[in-house]
Design a protein around this ligand. Structure first.
Ligand code: IPM
Ligand code: MG
Length: 368
């Protein structure tokens, strides 16, 4: 068993704008080390397409072992059109999926919060999104992403068949539902669980297991069930009806992208992927912005580092038990926005447009 090193932070910037936004996170970590004597050990390595280019694989064994012994992994983004032609098993995304699966990071927390300063950046009417605060809890190591059998195989008549399998076991459902109920208790105490129990047996099992866990251990939390397609519709019709949304891997992927646009920009939203605590209380976890590698703007210094910086705030809170530092960092982000500083993606009238590193520096100066 490889032990988790408590203060070890592994930076995996990856592809596209990943290196630019993770560079700002590194500045923040160094600030905490210098000014608050927080002795984080930083390590940094390649993942995704850039690793494939150098080593012929999107995740080397060496990096995988580093990931196993790090308490916190800060991932930037992986992928891009450059690797479209690469064989499926070597695609940049496989690195991300392997890390999630092998590190058993089954609970993916994706908050969608609409900052008051940015109410007008959403494509929805201000009154629909103002004050929005949703938490999506997405199951991350099961479902159709990993189910067997899978593959593409030849069949009769020269045709081919693509197969993926959507499966969930009771325990996979229950452990992530528990995370959602526990988090709801610290918020508005409401969970809406989404599946397609009307067409999928795995969805029916999902619904039954969530309900029986609720009846057994979480009677004090308000639980309702919603079909995932209806949830997609309700998210744009009346998003403030939601507090915690609990859902599977594929629906969570889609619903979280949809929810992110309620807040104005994909560039703002952090995420945490958490594993189970072992008997020594140690937990592996990976933190990443929700946005992708955005190859169209990579290298231009215009990417928004806020999602990554807020992901590090989640790391301070969930992995490092540094709630005060997490709050301070979140407050510093708010203050930079209050000063009218905006990266290109959230730029609006009368605001001051800043680059990726200027935004990072401004947030750090607010931490002082
Ligand atoms: C996400 C992404 C990933 C996913 C891709 C990059 C594999 O879209 O984290 O939401 O589908 O899970
Ligand atoms: Mg996605």
């Amino acid at each position: 068993m490889i032990k988790v090193k408590k203060r070890r932070v592994l930076l995996l910037p990856g592809d596209g704008i990943g290196p630019e936004v993770i560079a700002e996170v590194k500045k923040v970590i160094n600030w905490f080390n210098d000014k608050k004597s927080l002795d984080f050990e930083i390590d940094e390595d390649l993942v995704g397409g850039i690793s494939f280019d150098k080593h012929g694989t999107p995740l080397t064994d060496e990096v995988f072992y580093k990931a196993l012994e790090s308490a916190v992994i800060m991932l930037g983004a992986v992928g891009g059109p450059k690797w479209d032609g690469v064989e499926f098993s070597k695609k940049p995304e496989r690195a991300l999926l392997k890390l999630r699966k092998e590190l058993k990071l089954f609970a993916n927390l994706r908050p969608a919060i609409c900052f008051e300063q940015l109410v007008n950046a959403s494509t929805l009417k201000p009154e629909i999104v103002s004050g929005l605060d949703i938490l999506i809890v997405r199951e991350l190591t099961g479902g159709v992403y990993f189910g067997e059998p899978r593959g593409i195989k030849p069949i009769e008549n020269g045709e081919r068949k693509g197969v993926n399998t959507h499966t969930y076991t009771s325990s996979e459902i229950i452990r992530v539902a528990r995370v959602a109920f526990d988090l709801a208790k610290k918020r508005s105490n409401r969970v809406i669980s989404c599946e397609k129990s009307n067409v999928m047996e795995a969805g029916q099992l999902w619904k039954e297991e969530v309900q029986s866990l609720h009846d057994k251990d979480y009677k004090d939390v308000e639980l309702s069930h919603m079909l995932a397609d209806n949830c997609a519709m309700q998210l744009v019709r009346n998003p403030k009806q939601f507090d915690v949304i609990l859902t599977d891997n594929l629906f969570g992927d889609m619903l979280s992208d949809e929810a992110s646009m309620l807040t104005g920009s994909l560039g703002l939203l952090p995420s945490a992927s958490l594993g189970a605590k072992n008997k020594d209380g140690e937990m592996r976890a990976m933190y990443e912005p929700i946005h992708g590698s955005a190859p169209d703007i990579a290298g231009k210094g215009v990417a928004n580092p806020i999602a990554s910086i807020l992901s590090f705030a989640m790391a301070l809170r969930y992995s490092l038990d540094l709630d005060n530092e997490a709050e301070a960092l979140e407050k510093a982000v708010q203050e930079a926005l209050n000063d009218g500083l905006r990266t290109k993606d959230i730029m609006s009238d009368k605001m001051k447009e800043v680059s990726t590193s200027q935004m990072g520096d401004a947030i750090i100066s607010k931490l002082q």
